[in-house]
Design a protein around this ligand. Structure first.
Ligand code: FES
Ligand code: FES
Length: 152
């Protein structure tokens, strides 16, 4: 018996051990390598995905608990094959260096822009409490989120 998931709109069945972290199922079984297993403790946000619409660290979710869920990874966030507003704004603001945090940032900020069009700078800071960046710094990322909110 498998674990049924909808990933970026595709209905997939995982045959992984039920306790396998979702991030590993996504990367190793489904070859979606955007989510990064960095801390594996729920602190860094590099593995962030949307589960039933909510930003969630996929390192903390055993595959079995995601059974029947709608999963959206960074690979599924492009808009009509192009960059979505937050992706375009992050690029325009030169808000990425090594890129390790980037997929998780995109997931959290895409959720914010789509659910809180009136979000303030403080709301953006709050939305990023689960995402750690160790090289770009947060100011450019926040500027990019404000730009995306202004242009979305
Ligand atoms: S790897 Fe999941 S929060 Fe860091
Ligand atoms: S761009 Fe390197 S950790 Fe954020």
């Amino acid at each position: 018996m498998g674990i049924d998931l909808t990933v970026n709109g595709d209905h997939l069945t995982s045959t992984s051990d039920p306790v396998t972290p979702l991030v590993d199922v996504l990367r190793e079984e489904f070859h979606l390598t955007g989510a990064k297993p960095v801390c594996r403790e729920g602190f860094c946000g590099a593995c962030m995905v949307l589960i039933d619409g909510d930003p969630t660290p996929s390192c903390l979710v055993p595959a079995a608990l995601a059974n029947g869920c709608d999963i959206r990874t960074v690979e599924g966030l492009a808009a009509n094959g192009g960059l979505n507003p937050i992706q375009a704004a992050l690029e325009a603001c030169d808000a990425v260096q090594c890129g390790m945090c980037f997929p998780g940032m995109v997931v959290s900020l895409t959720h914010l822009v789509s659910t809180r069009p009136d979000a303030t700078r403080e709301d953006i800071r709050a939305a990023l409490t689960g995402n750690i960046c160790r090289c770009t710094g947060y100011e450019r990322i926040i500027e990019a989120a404000l730009l995306a909110l202004a242009t979305a």
